[in-house]
Design a protein. Structure first.
Length: 304
């Protein structure tokens, strides 16, 4: 074809069908080479000059770039009919190269589809009441779906990981309700300050096998009322402990010992007051320094 073009050479008018043979443009302009199999004789095997590919949008470092693949059937036009100046206007399907996706079997034209050579899909579904936009990779494990009918956006990695990164910025989630569900563990790492503000009630339920450790300089719990309930033992260990309260009441079921400090204990109608050391054993015997107040009577004991 090249040898016969130019001067008084052959002209090709209108649009011709070609097959892409080369896409390695040395100038990186997105050009391709084609052959025109419908030509007679040896011209059918001749490869064209580099043909520029028409795009939807093209400019300086911008636009859409969809270079056809080798073997694709394309429509070719020639500047002034000169075979040495071809342009690829677009690609077409044929009996061997089928359309992607379901096509248009019912004539409703509800599917608009882009599929890459590897099988990555961008699908627009325009069915009434089932409108969607789907972005799916070739493995079909990773996807993002915009469901217009359900008013949802779903991002899914069936077997992999979803990463959200803002190394020098802010990740902000604003919503009415937030639900987080993990089938196994959850890890939260905070570099400096962690603040949780709850406008109403907050409930933390831990079902089994639990240990909570807080390591720091201080911890403060402030509340109008605070209740702690356990079905087993409670242990508090500290180098020094200060409790400031208006009133304090302690109830002991089977056995209890108070080792130091003033204590007032009421059991039934009896009041026991101690200003020093007192021990109550399982037999109900008291030892130490205490005063027993019963109505108007008073008993006291000192020593063992």
């Amino acid at each position: 074809m090249n040898e016969r073009a130019g001067g008084g050479g052959r002209r090709i008018r209108g649009v011709a069908v070609g097959v892409v043979t080369n896409i390695s443009d040395p100038q990186q302009w997105g050009r391709v080479k084609v052959r025109l199999p419908w030509l007679d004789g040896p011209d059918a095997a001749i490869e064209s000059h580099w043909a520029r590919v028409a795009g939807w949008y093209a400019g300086n470092s911008r636009g859409t770039m969809f270079v056809p693949e080798i073997g694709d059937e394309v429509l070719v036009a020639f500047e002034g009919g000169d075979p040495n100046h071809p342009y690829v206007l677009g690609a077409v399907w044929n009996g061997e190269h089928a359309v992607p996706g379901p096509g248009n079997p019912d004539g409703a034209n509800d599917h608009k589809w882009f599929r890459s050579r590897a099988g990555h899909d961008l699908e627009f579904l325009d069915s009434d009441g089932a409108e969607k936009i789907r972005l799916v990779d070739s493995s079909t494990n990773n996807s993002m779906v915009f469901d217009t009918a359900a008013d949802t956006i779903t991002t899914e990695a069936k077997t992999g990981t979803i990463n959200i990164r803002a190394p020098k910025g802010l990740v902000k989630i604003v919503c009415v309700d937030l639900t987080m569900t993990t089938s196994q563990g959850r890890t939260l790492e905070v570099g400096t300050t962690h603040t949780v503000t709850v406008g109403s009630a907050r409930t933390v339920n831990v079902s089994a096998g639990n240990f909570i450790e807080l390591a720091g300089s201080a911890m403060t719990i402030t509340a109008p009322q605070l209740a702690t309930t356990t079905k087993s033992d409670v242990g508090v260990s500290a180098g020094a402990m200060v409790m400031n309260q208006g009133q304090i009441s302690t109830e002991i079921g089977e056995w209890g010992e108070v080792q130091q400090g003033p204590v007032v204990r009421t059991v039934g109608s009896q009041t026991v007051q101690t200003d020093g050391f007192m021990t109550v054993n399982m037999a109900g015997e008291l030892s130490g320094t205490f005063t027993l107040l019963a109505g108007s009577a008073m008993s006291s004991a000192k020593g063992g």
